[in-house]
Structures are given as structure tokens and as C-alpha cells.
Design a protein around this ligand. Structure first.
Ligand SMILES: C[S@@+](CC[C@H](N)C(=O)[O-])C[C@H]1O[C@@H](n2cnc3c(N)ncnc32)[C@H](O)[C@@H]1O
Length: 213
């Protein structure tokens, strides 16, 4: 990575920190760009990435990341060999930064601003200009959105795998999430994979499920 790219990433990091998140300074997501460059965010992804086998299942697949924030997981998916990646989020600033970062590091990822609460299957397909994706990532978004409404249609736009991560706020988070998935994702088998970390070094909370069609 040349010096201009490194400088541009440093400038990007300062801007990402401004929209960061609750309870920490810096960007929300930790972003692994390549072996040389990691942007340390408040939310560490090592535990999640281990549980998800570093997203190996996205190789040669099309991927949609719902609530992608500044695109850290979209970059992981691209690096894991996804054929195409789309990230959507309600935050104009997060999507603006996500686009800026892939411009700096020259990665082909498509980002769109979408309010999932105001979107149905049809509007979603029109916005992303495609019918279905092989893999969908729903990571730490369910307490931000109307999950029952979203879960009622998301399975229709996914051909193969939905990865779902809950939050760390309730003791019975795993059961609550599993109930939502089982009631809404007809035709999917639902498997609990383990608990991802919350922030920084906290390694409890955030149940992860893989749902396969
Ligand atoms: C806790 S963050 C999780 C980010 C990312 N998925 C991850 O796990 O690293 C929740 C994200 O959901 C987005 N979000 C909240 N409400 C949304 C909505 N109605 N539609 C789309 N995205 C939304 C936020 O802007 C934020 O980026």
C-alpha cells in the first residue's frame, strides 16, 4: 500500500470516528483492509469472524449486508471471495464513508441508502436493481428496526444463507432471536453458532445464527 493510500485512510478514519457509536471513541467497526492495514473500531470483530469461519461460505456468492454501517463486513466479504457485494444502511453519513473507503482502496462494492422500516420486498429489489442474493448478512440490526416486518420478506430475496447476529442487551437474547427467525424464515433451517463479542474485549452476548435454505 503506497503512502498516499495510507494517508487517505488515516483521514478517512478521523471522519469515521465522528459518526462512531455509543460508549467508545473511534469508528464503530474494526476494518481489516489487508494484512498491512487495520482500522481499529470500538466493535471488535475477531470473535464474530472466528465463529463465521471468516465468511468462507461467501466465496463465489452474491452478498447483501443489511445495516452495513461504514462497510467493514462488506470488505470482509469481498476479501473472502464474494462475486458481488451490496451494502445498505439508513445512515447517509455511514454510506458516504463506505463509498469513500472503497474508492480509496479500490474495491468494487455497491452501497445504497435504505430505510429498512420503509422498505418492502419490491422497493428493496428496485433500489438494489436485482431480484435475489445468495447470502444475506443481518448483523446487530434487529433492535434498530421493525424486525417482524423486515423478517417477513427478507427470506424471499435470499436464495441460500442468512446470517443473523443479535445484540447483547438481554439475558434471553438467544431465545428471542431464535423465535423471530423460526416464525418468519419458512423454508430455512436455523442453527445457533455461538456468541460473538460485544465491544472491544467483551466476549459475551450477541448470539449468531446461520439460516440455510
Ligand atoms: C449496531 S450497527 C451494526 C452495523 C453492522 N451490521 C455490524 O454489525 O458491524 C446497526 C446499523 O444499522 C443501521 N440502521 C439502523 N436503523 C436502520 C434502518 N431503519 N434501515 C437500515 N439500516 C438501519 C445503523 O445506521 C447502523 O449502521
Amino acid at each position: 500500500m503506497n503512502k498516499d493510500t495510507k494517508d487517505a485512510i488515516k483521514e478517512w478514519e478521523v471522519k469515521a470516528a465522528l459518526i462512531g457509536g455509543r460508549g467508545f471513541t473511534g469508528a464503530y467497526q474494526t476494518i481489516f483492509i489487508d494484512d498491512e492495514c487495520t482500522i481499529e473500531g470500538g466493535r471488535h470483530k475477531n470473535v464474530r469472524n472466528n465463529i463465521l469461519n471468516n465468511l468462507r461460505f461467501v466465496k463465489d456468492k452474491t452478498v447483501i449486508d443489511f445495516g452495513c454501517n461504514v462497510g467493514g463486513v462488506c470488505i470482509d466479504a469481498k476479501n473472502a471471495g464474494a462475486t458481488s457485494v451490496v451494502g445498505v444502511d439508513i445512515s447517509q453519513s455511514a454510506i458516504g464513508l463506505a463509498k469513500e473507503l472503497v474508492g480509496i482502496v479500490d474495491l468494487d462494492i455497491d452501497y445504497k441508502v435504505i430505510d429498512l422500516d420503509a422498505t418492502d420486498e419490491e422497493v428493496f429489489r428496485e433500489t438494489v436493481s436485482r431480484d435475489n442474493f445468495d447470502v444475506a448478512l443481518l448483523l446487530s440490526i434487529w433492535r434498530h428496526i421493525d424486525i417482524e416486518k423486515f423478517a417477513s420478506w427478507v427470506g424471499n430475496v435470499v436464495d441460500s444463507i442468512i446470517v443473523f447476529e443479535g445484540h447483547a442487551s438481554m439475558a434471553n437474547e438467544r431465545n428471542i432471536c431464535e423465535d423471530i427467525l423460526r416464525r418468519n424464515l419458512t423454508g430455512f433451517s436455523i442453527r445457533y453458532l455461538g456468541e460473538a463479542g460485544n465491544y472491544a474485549k467483551v466476549t459475551t452476548g450477541r448470539p449468531i445464527f446461520i439460516c440455510e435454505k
